[in-house]
Write a protein of this length. Structure first.
Length: 428
């Protein structure tokens, strides 16, 4: 499916989100270092956990709101909300005010609005794209993000230290431009599942009834054992790739003040920028190719092998302080990432009933929000056990996720066998 054949909503999103992502990745990778220097490793780790707890709740609310109020509505509100948060963050890092505490509050607000945006945006793709084309479309959006991951950190390593205020201000403006584009140039795609009488009944409900109804819907999802295994396995393997902007930059900065790469001498922050850009470049170049390749294999094998390769890559990171080994480890890490990037979203859309797509995508993204909630503990744990033991522990969690993925697909195979027509079983 070529981009020119896409629904207009997706074309607008691809352009607007690309602008936003480039500016975002110019400062986001360096925020962990910023908060660590401002608050100390232990306090920064605890604060980042607290931030993600808010994002977990917002993520669940975001799925419900995407199904109830519509994809477009939630995406527009979230874009303006993020823009406001980045605007205040900019002034908290301005020539007139320097407040890491206010900056952290704004960072948390931006994360919350991002959690509202995500399930609506994913559900919109499932609404307008046929099932057989979804993996390809999701892969292109992921490629767009990772083009930003290539360009953003390179520019950020040049401008972030001296122009943080300007970067945050531009990011705020672009978020608001994205909100205007979504408001004026897109249409609502959520299926109209309620008739007029049902809608009137919903409006008469008190606000707390809406929340209890939401959690009742999530209890239905929670009874899906296959889906629960998918989330749990994702949380475990997420402890590896979430370290890309948590433990890894702190580790690189602590393990080498400077190093030579070819004929250049780089600081720790610049080395991190290089390997992060390497990740983005490889993803931008290879996402569509690897996604197409992976669709030829059983989903079980892809998920399991991806987790095992993540384990290898995160283990390698903790064994050395060589810039060249970092680059090799990141290449292995990126391949593990690319293996599942296209198929996992399509896997969720196949599991989700049409009227609950937003909530299923929201529940599925708990893999990331819960993983990111727990992941900052690695920074605190490294103070007690050291970096090498911490990276080995992360590798073990990735291996454990491979076991859970295998169990998940055994559950799927068992259900498929039980649901086979009787005629098939008696024919022999």
């Amino acid at each position: 499916m070529r981009i020119r054949d896409w629904d207009r909503n997706l074309k607008v999103r691809l352009f607007g989100e690309a602008m936003m992502n480039i500016t975002f990745w110019m400062f986001f990778p360096f925020l962990t270092i910023y908060f660590t220097e401002a608050f100390g490793k232990q306090m920064a780790g605890l604060l980042l956990i607290a931030s993600q707890l808010f994002a977990v709740f917002a993520n669940l609310m975001g799925g419900y709101c995407a199904d109830k109020f519509g994809r477009k509505t939630m995406m527009v509100l979230s874009s303006f909300g993020q823009g406001f948060a980045f605007l205040i963050f900019a002034f908290a890092s301005s020539p007139w005010l320097e407040s890491a505490a206010l900056g952290f509050v704004c960072f948390t607000l931006a994360s919350v609005f991002g959690s509202f945006y995500w399930p609506a945006s994913q559900a919109m793709v499932a609404d307008v794209v046929p099932e057989k084309e979804r993996s390809h479309v999701f892969a292109i959006f992921y490629t767009s993000i990772n083009i930003a991951v290539v360009v953003g950190p390179i520019l950020g390593s040049i401008f972030y230290v001296h122009y943080r205020f300007e970067l945050l201000l531009v990011s705020a403006i672009i978020c608001m431009i994205l909100g205007l584009m979504l408001a004026k140039m897109t249409r609502e795609t959520a299926p109209r599942s309620l008739n007029v009488q049902q809608a009137a009944k919903e409006e008469r409900k008190a606000w707390y009834h809406a929340i209890t109804d939401q959690f009742r819907d999530y209890r239905v999802i929670a009874r899906d054992r296959t889906f629960l295994l998918f989330i749990l396995a994702g949380v475990l393997v997420g402890q590896t790739f979430m370290q890309l902007d948590l433990l890894i930059p702190v580790y690189i900065k602590d393990s080498m003040e400077s190093a030579s790469l070819l004929s250049f001498t780089l600081t720790g922050e610049q080395i991190f920028g290089v390997i992060l850009s390497e990740n983005g470049l490889l993803v931008a170049l290879l996402t569509v190719v690897v996604t197409k390749w992976m669709t030829k294999y059983r989903e079980r094998n892809v998920f399991v092998l991806s987790s095992l390769i993540y384990a290898v890559s995160i283990f390698l990171f903790g064994q050395t302080a060589s810039v060249y080994v970092f680059i090799i480890s990141m290449a292995v890490f990126t391949f593990a990432e690319l293996m599942t990037v296209g198929i996992q979203q399509n896997f969720i859309s196949k599991l989700a009933p049409e009227h609950m797509r937003g909530q299923y995508f929201a529940a599925a993204s708990l893999r990331f929000t819960l993983a990111k909630t727990v992941a900052p503990l690695s920074i605190t744990f490294s103070l007690w056990a050291g970096y090498e033991a911490t990276f080995m522990g992360l590798a073990f969690l990735a291996c454990l996720s491979a076991v859970l993925y295998f169990a998940m697909f055994q559950q799927i195979d068992k259900k498929s066998t039980m649901n086979q027509p009787i005629a098939v079983n008696t024919k022999a």
